[in-house]
Design a protein around this ligand. Structure first.
Ligand code: 9WO
Length: 259
């Protein structure tokens, strides 16, 4: 099978890979575990002024991305990869991205992401191409690009071989819909604050139990919506893993920020 393939349709192709060129995603990109193609929407403009937008029918401020130009960019993306890849328009009115959607996308052949600018994209090309509308949260950005970067980051870390095996196992036990438990490293006391004693005990089973309880408490307190979903969903109730340590691991010589 060929590598997971992301095509991003944007007026600002220089924004990619951007942060995805660093750390785990960047290494995986260089290793060929996934592929990223930024397609410049402006390359599909047809007039001599290379115009991609026009005034909205009905009036009002701002401009709208033209359906003909966007459609030609979509056609190029489809022709350049598996045509079964889902086509996604990043917009605040889309379905909220969650870890289940991320898992589904990461398990597929990749995706084609359309990033809007200005006031948005002509609705007819969204409908004609059967685009899935996806939001990463309830706020308005100045364009879809940061949302595309966030979606891709979330997907890429789930691809085989991108995270270490230990981290992948960890991910699995936390995929049950719980928020993270608190983390601590040395020193055991800092500015008068002690690390919880159980973490210094070396009792792996007790550590795992404490972490599970903390993750559940934090999820209940901060995100009752997630807590309810988890309880109702009857998802994985896997036993917590046993990675507790009395001492934090020695520092890895590799620097994650070194590309
Ligand atoms: C512009 C605008 C102007 C007047 C009244 C409402 C308005 N909404 C927008 C708007 O949403 N513009 C978008 C800017 C057009 C598509 C790209 N833009 C965008 C995407 N902003 N925020 C996102 C986004 C995408 C995914 N998840 C969260 C936010």
């Amino acid at each position: 099978m060929t590598a997971w393939h992301a095509s991003v349709l944007t007026l600002f192709p220089e924004m990619f890979p951007g942060p995805l060129g660093f750390s785990l995603a960047g290494r995986a990109l260089r290793e060929g575990r996934w592929r990223l193609e930024a397609i410049d929407i402006r390359a599909f403009a047809t007039d001599r002024h290379r115009s991609v937008d026009d005034a909205p029918f009905g009036g009002g401020a701002g401009m709208v991305l033209r359906p003909d130009v966007v459609d030609a960019a979509v056609a190029a993306a489809l022709a350049g990869g598996d045509p079964a890849r889902p086509l996604i328009y990043l917009t605040p009115r889309g379905a909220l991205l969650d870890q289940a959607m991320v898992r589904e996308l990461a398990a597929g052949p990749g995706c084609i992401l359309l990033c809007g600018r200005y006031e948005g994209v002509d609705q007819r090309v969204i409908e004609a191409r059967g685009m899935r509308e996806v939001s990463i949260g309830d706020y308005v950005l100045s364009g879809g690009e940061p949302a595309a970067l966030a979606l891709l980051d979330a997907c890429v870390r789930l691809l085989p071989g991108v995270m270490g095996e230990a981290a992948s196992a960890e991910e699995e036990s936390h995929a049950a819909g719980l928020l993270e438990y608190p983390h601590y490293t040395r020193p055991a006391e800092w500015q008068g604050r002690r690390v919880p004693e159980v973490l210094l005990s070396g009792h792996h089973a007790e550590v795992a139990r404490w972490r599970r309880a903390e993750a559940e408490r934090i999820t209940r307190e901060r995100r009752p919506d997630l807590w309810a979903k988890r309880a109702a969903g009857g998802g994985a109730t896997a036993a917590p893993d046993c990675h507790g340590r009395a001492e934090p691991p020695k520092r890895d010589a590799r620097k994650d920020h070194e590309r």
